[in-house]
Design a protein around this ligand. Structure first.
Ligand code: GTP
Length: 307
């Protein structure tokens, strides 16, 4: 696609940053992935799935939107990993053109209030997206909910909708584009993220872990990619190391006769083959590394070092 020659509207091309903000689990990653039409940020039913700041790049013939998907901001900061995630999200609020505040239309919590306070103090255009309205049985509840939020902070635009069902996302995207400054592309038009394929591979493994395990272990695990190599037949070999904090957690991830780890590997491999468009050979290992989530130095060595 040639973005300039297809622009028949004679409107100037626009390009800029949109930070996607909200507490954990409101649907930020789902929203960004749906607009991009591709999975850039991993999602799961569990809060705090996104740990890093991930750039999702949307390009059409009118604009390029650089979505900054952030970890959910939350008040419980007992561990280093939680402080890291809050830093990653809060630092995304400066130097962006638009703040997109995502809330769950069915629920309001203290963490929503915390993010709203941060948003109200930030500069830039502000857009409110009230998500998960597909789950609302009584749509009448929406208006008072929106009124309560907009009383506390001025929003330039408000959209109720559904990230999962794609409801109201076209209108949202058009408004976001109109708020961006004039300017040429920052990234080539075929880029969908600034993250490396290695990073995406680790994230896909982490997503399958989050989705397959119970409540506690996902937060105690992280993934390192030790090998990422194409052979001369174009087959990609990936070795992933899953780090956990305790031996019992290792046993759970491996599962009876290695069944769970096998399933996690199979699910991750299939998505990798689609994403990288080649045959993938994936090996997974599980190792105990006590206290990695509490230790700032260990976090840095695991790649949690951008902020
Ligand atoms: N019913 C419904 N579910 C949704 C919608 N959007 C997201 N979800 C679900 O909500 C859960 C959380 O979605 P995520 O996109 O991972 O949420 P997030 O805000 O990125 O979460 P963190 O990574 O914790 O910050 C997932 O199970 C999604 O499928 C929606 O519009 N409707």
């Amino acid at each position: 696609m040639n973005h300039s020659s297809e622009n028949h509207t004679e409107q100037p091309f626009r390009c800029g940053y949109v930070a996607v903000l909200g507490r954990p689990n409101v649907g930020k990653s789902t929203l960004m992935n749906h607009i991009l039409g591709q999975k850039v940020s991993i999602t799961s039913r569990k809060p705090q799935t996104t740990r890093h700041r991930v750039l999702g790049i949307y390009t059409d013939n009118e604009a390029q939107i650089l979505f900054v998907d952030t970890p959910g901001i939350h008040s419980k900061e007992e561990r280093s990993i939680n402080r890291y995630m809050n830093r990653a999200a809060t630092s995304s609020m400066t130097d962006v053109d638009v703040l997109l505040f995502v809330v769950d239309g069915t629920q309001w919590t203290d963490d929503d209030e915390l993010v709203l306070n941060k948003v109200s103090q930030a500069k830039g255009k502000k857009v409110l997206f009230v998500n998960k309205v597909d789950k609302l049985t009584d749509k009448e509840e929406l208006l008072p909910h929106i009124a309560q939020i907009t009383e506390k902070c001025h929003f330039d635009a408000v959209f109720p909708g559904s990230a999962l069902k794609g409801q109201n996302l076209e209108q949202l995207t058009a408004t976001l584009k109109s708020y961006l400054p004039e300017g040429d592309l920052f990234y080539p038009e075929d880029y969908i993220t600034d993250r490396s394929e290695r990073f995406m591979a680790a994230e896909l493994i982490r997503e399958k872990l989050m989705r397959s395990l119970g409540e506690e272990i996902p937060y105690s695990s992280t993934v390192e990619i030790e090998q990422f190599k194409f052979n001369d037949k174009g087959v990609l070999t990936i070795s992933g190391l899953i780090l956990v904090e305790r031996p019992g957690q290792k046993a759970i991830i491996i599962g009876k006769k290695g069944q769970r780890l096998k399933q996690i590997g199979r699910d991750a491999r299939l998505e990798m083959e689609e994403l990288f468009d080649c045959k993938v050979f994936l090996e997974l290992w599980v190792k105990v590394k006590d206290g990695w989530a509490d230790d700032e130095r260990a976090l840095k060595s695991l790649g949690y070092n951008d902020y």
